[in-house]
Design a protein. Structure first.
Length: 150
């Protein structure tokens, strides 16, 4: 398919963030309570999740480049990958939620799920097809025991 694995997830997240910022500039929204504290907490949580995910990939000596899932050399199922099959993407989503909290705009927050919708269709689905081809039954078992997001 045309867009599958073509746009790096970080670019997708930045694009959604830009849309969120634009919406926050052109709309008024009730202020979110404690938005700075919530934003900082979510940002730190997202950063920890991302760091743990990258560390697990580096330990396994496999690629973190999501544009070429067929180059994966190891099925990473340890560490944070016991809880989420896509912790890096989960971290990006948490960063978007943190950004929406920082913007203190409910409408910006409502846009953040666009990231999940896009990722499920154009990034995760093709990655899963590649991993099924590469790792067969091992990946099927992993899919059964670990959720896609959380």
């Amino acid at each position: 398919m045309f867009l599958e694995c073509k746009i790096p997830p970080l670019i997708v997240a930045f694009s959604v963030g830009l849309i969120m910022w634009t919406v926050s500039q052109i709309s008024s929204s009730p202020a979110l309570p404690n938005h700075i504290s919530v934003s900082i907490a979510l940002f730190l949580l997202a950063s920890a999740v991302a760091l743990l995910a990258v560390i697990n990939f580096k330990k396994a000596k496999t690629t973190v480049d999501p544009r070429y899932p067929e180059k994966t050399t190891e099925l990473v199922i340890a560490g944070i990958y016991k809880y989420s099959r896509n912790p890096m993407y989960l971290a990006f989503f948490l960063w978007l939620i943190a950004f929406a909290a920082y913007l203190s705009n409910v409408y910006a927050l409502l846009i953040s799920p666009v990231f999940i919708l896009y990722m499920n269709r154009f990034q995760i689905a093709p990655e899963e097809r590649s991993l099924e081809t590469l790792f067969g039954n091992s990946y099927h078992a992993y899919k059964k025991q670990t959720r896609r997001w959380l």
